[in-house]
Design a protein around this ligand. Structure first.
Ligand code: TEU
Length: 544
């Protein structure tokens, strides 16, 4: 594929300008060998679906050797492929095939922690003096023998585990099987630079960087201040969120890593997309200032209440502060699916696509998560079917299995995902929701999503300004970029799209609810609840 070199300062978008990303959760996309777990050859066979849909960048969740304590986010070898998913040769073939189809491939880099099975950690815990000791974060017990400070794991319990052999605690912001790497060690920097080069040399187009907001920790390991008492809180997430994470997350030094990696990525024309889990738009802007990560995900949209003012507030400041470096997501392998979150059924699906349509016009890179194009809702699983350690190890804390069930492809056994008698998570969705059924039905959700990508592609580069329209309390959230307007009705009643001064007319190019006639006549536009449109503003006298 032709590779354009991005500017050293990535404030100017490169080949990914106007691109749309698509997240593949490898275990649940397509199983080629009938073991009930998705794999790389399965993905190769389904790349055509993604090319047909019109996405540009495919992000694959971790496919590296792993004991799977966190389903691959515990990496035991960063430069190989887990035999469960295939081989390095399969990965090479996947990249070649994707490029033939005009798709770019991004893999998942997990630099905050490795698996406890990684040879680095095995060596690190062997004795206090071995050369790998400094790859991880080891601290003496507190005077009472307990953990060195009050930090908590995202996934329940303290963030420290005592190693009886060497008498010290090691840090893990996630599971005990995911020891945190020590980014204050130069050797760790050297190892990861080699890992980046290994994959870029094989033709990979970039990385999504896991937990990019947490790589460095406070040098003094100070206690995190308590925001509210922990007593009585049993939900692992509530407990984690009861601390002010000013010492374990968002340390400014992390940016040095990305600045260094940007230089390496620039040699290959590769993109760096951060999983930047932050609380405010300003924190995102600081983590993605332009000379490090190319894109940082904004997750404010994962916790949206369906209220126009809240939606406007959640996206507007990010669009202003982070602009084309924003990764826009409404769905992922970690969160309840938007069709479910926004009310379920047709209502949830309509709102989900309405919001996606609104985000598609903002500067930055929008992403879809597998199955979002089908309007899928969360699966509801029985306790004995659950696999996510977040829920299995913390009963009562909702886990992530509901958004991770297999992709429904067609009307055959296991919806075409696998020929196995039992798949790793059950196939939950009905044959009528499958990609094949929706491809055959010309007015399906899938066709509406595909049309959105098509209309967005045809618009090309939009005017650089984002002008927000209408009153802050209006039920329609709208903005214009030059003469192209994007509007979402987040209210419960039909409402008229604001067009601004001079009362220009609108020609609807796309509606998230129906297939509009491309030659539709200009006029005022009324939106159904949950509906979004892309429209061209024209002056009432006929000119533009
Ligand atoms: O997620 C990291 C992360 O910060 C989330 O778990 C976040 O806390 C959560 O979404 C808040 O609701 C990444 C991966 O996406 C996740 O699948 C892994 O389990 C985790 O890192 C550990 O590697």
């Amino acid at each position: 594929m032709p590779q354009q070199q991005p500017d050293a300062d990535s404030s100017t978008p490169s080949w990914w300008a106007n691109s749309v990303g698509y997240q593949v959760y490898v275990r649940s996309f397509a199983d080629s060998d009938g073991d009930g777990i998705g794999d790389l050859p399965g993905i190769i066979d389904r790349l055509e679906h993604l090319a047909w849909l019109g996405v540009d960048v495919v992000w694959l969740t971790p496919f590296f050797p792993s004991p799977m304590a966190d389903f691959g986010y515990d990496v035991a070898d960063y430069t190989d492929v887990n035999p469960l998913f295939g081989s390095l040769a399969d990965m090479d073939r996947l990249i070649v095939r994707a490029h033939e189809l005009g798709l770019r491939v991004v893999a998942d880099l997990v630099p905050n922690h490795s698996s406890a099975d990684h040879r680095w950690f095995q060596a690190s815990k062997a004795d206090r003096t071995n050369p790998y000791r400094g790859y991880y974060i080891w601290r003496d017990p507190a005077p009472d023998g307990g953990p060195p400070n009050n930090w908590l794991s995202h996934f329940g319990g303290p963030a420290w585990t005592l190693d009886p052999t060497t008498g010290q605690y090691y840090l893990h912001l996630f599971l005990p099987e995911q020891p945190d790497l020590n980014w204050r060690s130069e050797a760790v920097h050297t190892e990861f630079e080699a890992i980046l080069r290994f994959w870029f040399e094989r033709g990979l187009d970039g990385f999504r960087i896991d937990v990019a907001h947490a790589l460095y920790k406070d040098a003094e390991f100070r206690d995190n201040p308590l925001l509210r008492p922990l007593e009585g809180l049993t939900n692992a997430r509530d407990r984690f969120e009861s601390l002010d994470h000013c010492y374990d997350l968002l340390q400014p030094e992390s940016h040095h890593i990305f600045r260094q990696w940007r230089k390496v990525a620039a040699e290959y024309g590769a993109i760096l997309i951060g999983e930047t889990y932050v609380g405010t738009p300003r924190q995102l802007a600081e983590l993605v200032p332009g000379d490090g990560l190319d894109i940082g995900f904004w997750f404010g949209t994962m916790k949206l209440r369906w209220e126009a003012a809240h939606i406007r507030e959640t996206i507007r400041e990010v669009a202003e502060l982070v602009g084309h470096r924003t990764g826009w997501v409404t769905s992922s392998h970690d969160d309840s699916r938007p069709a479910t979150r926004f009310g379920g059924g047709d209502l949830g699906r309509d709102r989900s696509l309405g919001l996606t349509t609104l985000l598609f016009g903002l500067p930055g890179m929008p992403f879809l998560y597998q199955g979002q194009e089908l309007g899928l809702e969360d699966a509801v699983l029985r306790p004995d079917q659950l696999t996510d350690p977040v829920e299995v190890r913390n009963p009562g804390t909702p886990g992530r299995d509901g958004c991770r069930t297999p992709m429904p492809w067609d009307r055959s056994e296991n919806a075409g995902f696998s020929t196995a008698a039992k798949t790793w998570l059950p196939v939950w969705h009905s044959p009528e929701e499958s990609a094949q059924a929706q491809r055959e039905a010309e007015t399906s959700h899938l066709h509406l999503v595909r049309r959105l990508l098509d209309v967005r592609r045809q618009l090309g580069t939009l005017d650089s300004t984002v002008e927000w329209m209408g009153a802050d309390e209006a039920s329609i959230v709208a903005y214009r970029r030059g003469d192209v307007l994007f509007a979402l009705n987040a209210g419960d009643d039909c409402a008229l799209v604001p067009t601004g001064a001079g009362d220009p007319t609108l020609v609807v190019l796309y509606s998230s609810r129906s297939f509009v006639d491309p030659a539709s006549t200009p006029g005022p536009v009324t939106l159904q609840p949950g509906e979004a449109v892309i429209a061209r503003l024209g002056d009432p006298a006929g000119g533009r």
